[in-house]
Design a protein around this ligand. Sequence first.
Ligand code: ADP
Ligand code: ZN
Ligand code: ZN
Length: 651
Amino acid sequence: MAEYLKVAFNLPLPNLFTYRNSPASPATVGLRVEAPFGRRKATGYVVDEIDEADIDPCSVKSISRTIDGEALFAQPTIELARWLSGMYLCSLGEALAAMIPSGRRESEAPALDTGDAAIGDHALAPTEEQRAALARITRSDSGTTYVYGITGSGKTEVFMQAAEAALAGGRGVIYLVPEIALTGQVVSAAAKRFGPLCAVLHSRLSPSRRLAEWRRILRGEARVVIGARSAVFAPVKGLGLIVIDEEHEGSYKAGNAPRYHARQVAMKRAALEGARLVMGSATPSVESWHLAVSGFMERVTLSSRPAGGSIPAVEIVDMNGEDGPISGRLAQAVRETKARGGQSILFLNRRGFSWFFRCNTCGSEIRCRHCSVGLTYHKERDSLECHYCGFRMRPPKACPECNSLDVGWAGFGTERIEEEARRLFPEFSIRRLDADTVSKKGELEATLAEFREGRVDILLGTQMVAKGLNFPKVKTIGVVLADTTLNLPDFRAAERAFALIVQVAGRAGRFTPDGRVFVQTYRPDNEVIRLAAAMDADGFYRRELDQRSMLGFPPFSRLVRIVFRSREAERASLAAEDFAHTVAPHLPEGVELLGPAECPLGKIAGNARHQLLFRAVSLKPLHSILAGMAASFVPPHDVHLEMDIDPVNLM
Ligand code: ADP
Ligand code: ZN
Ligand code: ZN
């Protein structure tokens, strides 16, 4: 037993703390302990054992107790945590807390019924293209391969076979998917294929189940880990392969500190542990596309659909002059589809009945009292609601600004589309999928099952229907309003709009060549919409990279965003100014400071938000200046500071 322990706490403190070990329940590296901290007790991670105290032995306190019976992490995890803390400017303890499950007791119940399928079950004979992709992955020099393939080109099958090959070679696998709920098909296919060797880590697991799965992975019983973002930290033994499916997805970026990107962590882990890294998408992130075309990352392309379908024709529909939210052309296609026994999906990037409550006299909208976003009207509940903080109010009969009674609704929402669809197609069976309808447990699965069995003619929904779903009978897809994404005040708006249209279009004609896609817009001449409709990826990325280069945005620069939030708008803005003044004289050459400015979402849940953006060609000077500032700048007690390295969302 080591006499003393070095402990890291989940607190924004740069140092480790020394404690005396407890002879009654001795701790070692990798265990969590409870220890006196100030006037309370805190849970910490033991990261080192030492025999001589490095501080006055008289002032050393003893740990209160050891939480775990067996180590939860080992040296490689500590090493990765050190890197994470340097990269994302957090403490070692905060890094470990983001990586390791927080459960105290293991749950007995298995997290997933994996059935009794044997390895290799259900494997398809790969096509020539897939075989070539697999060969490139397993022989890649750099260890990193990008599988760029149109929707339905069999990327998932390539990833699965790469995983099988790694397993056959005695190595472990991490398979990342954007969100488990939306990728149920991939997860259950993997679970069947890898049986009990597979562990699934998703956000709906209770902490104790998560801990139980973590232990199975540590013991080497589970050797294929499938999961969302944080599964990138899974302690897989002899890691040989990391897969990132749908690499472009925003959910790979953490929303809370430390705001890590799973792709960045995967690259580091693959390098540290000698594992291969494979990513893929039909709509790569602009960053990844840039790496591939400039020769820094190997890329293989899948260009055909092995299941027989072809890429559908995409038609742009000009909404200027249309009466309702469903154009005549789209309505006709939906009717023809049903007449031939097919199904349709109508996609909209908005929840609610209508986007904004609007005064037709003075033009004012009703915005959330606590956040600065427009409220969405929900007809089912007859209430106006905020989608950031949950605030609700009754819709007013008159305009609060000018008292006009001529008030109404502007914009489109899924409920409004549903109502319009029921009016246009009274004899059709229609289902809606969005965050409102799937909040009830099992609802998502039930609706998808009904749709798969052909008992639903039209599926309406938000992002949820844009991803990963794979239904043979879908012939017609309508993007109800492409403009909503395009108009966001974020430099990635065009990238998001392009990806959305291409991904949604990919849900049609997956097995037959007769899919049709309609993209409705008030801006039919917009170049991004045109390129997306033409499925012209080369054209889109060339244009987008030109613009980013001209404006100095990533991938031609790195950004760090600091958000100052406070109940008092004045306090947030003063703190941002104060920070800017303090840092300005010390900015290294090549580091640019943008702002302070109010965030596009100036208020969320009652907190005012102001931001600073730091920009440079590389992260190095940004890290050095901001690490220094983080240590010396103490924000006022009523202002909270959020640090975001390589921010993905600038709202
Ligand atoms: P992607 O991930 O590229 O969108 P998927 O992996 O979902 O594509 O594949 C699309 C469809 O093609 C799936 O139904 C899958 O079962 C089928 N498929 C994939 N590879 C093959 C193959 N080699 N032979 C026959 N069908 C295949
Ligand atoms: Zn008014
Ligand atoms: Zn709000």
